[in-house]
Design a protein around this ligand. Structure first.
Ligand code: SAM
Length: 206
């Protein structure tokens, strides 16, 4: 299990929480990154999320709540990192953020309409992906996955060295996905197959 139950992953994201949104905003360590079209595509993505019908939603591995806050309905964020959860809670005045395991979430079966996840699925290996999909299906009848799009110049999958502002180095497993691949893995449909982001949805009959 390379990511979701790895103590090193948890330490990394806890340490990164305060600077995590620099990745979205192109600030801090990301200020020099050349990402043509990033801002426009991110805007398009968050507008699409905001246009989804309101639903009782859980965001698994919500991070700072960057995406969670754009969803509508009764919102619950779950993350293993206390610091991430604190940041998400600030963004969810009407919702709730809780510390928990996205692969073993502290909720009864079927309590959500929608399960959402951003940039988590693409970090999971095959075994963790299967566990995640089982958990998503247990919790809700719809799953929406946002992740990093496969593009020129990136390794489709592998271990990456990540550096934080404090100079510390961390290793994470990461995959980049095209829309077809993601939709096929989920058994669903592509909602966005962009240069930077890919979004797919699956609806289960239950
Ligand atoms: C790349 S970040 C994604 C954050 C956010 N969803 C986004 O799209 O920006 C991955 C997140 O997964 C969380 N995480 C890792 N393993 C987890 C687990 N087993 N259960 C819940 N969260 C986990 C980390 O703490 C981190 O916030």
């Amino acid at each position: 299990m390379p990511f979701a139950v790895d103590a090193a992953t948890h330490t990394y994201y806890d340490l990164r929480a305060g600077e995590y949104d620099d990745w979205f905003d192109g600030s801090g360590l990301f200020a020099e990154r050349q990402r043509p079209g990033w801002t426009e595509e991110l805007d398009r993505l968050v507008r699409a999320l905001g246009a989804l019908p309101p639903a009782r939603t859980v965001d698994l591995a919500c991070g700072t709540g960057y995406f969670t806050r754009y969803l509508r309905g009764f919102l619950v964020g779950v993350d293993q990192s206390t610091e991430m959860v604190r940041l998400t809670q600030e963004r969810l005045p009407e919702g709730l953020a809780v510390v928990g395991d996205a692969l073993n979430a502290p909720f009864a079966d079927g309590v959500f309409d929608r399960v959402f996840t951003g940039h988590f699925y693409g970090h999971l290996d095959e075994e963790e992906r299967a566990a995640f999909l089982r958990e998503a299906r247990r919790l809700g009848s719809e799953l929406l996955v946002v992740d990093s799009a496969l593009r020129d110049g990136v390794e489709p999958e592998g271990w990456q060295d990540r550096v934080l502002q404090d100079g510390s180095h961390h290793r994470v497993f990461k995959r980049y996905l095209d829309g077809d691949r993601l939709a096929e893995e989920l058994g669903g449909e592509i909602l966005l197959d962009g240069e930077w982001f890919v979004v797919a949805r699956v609806r289960w009959d239950s």
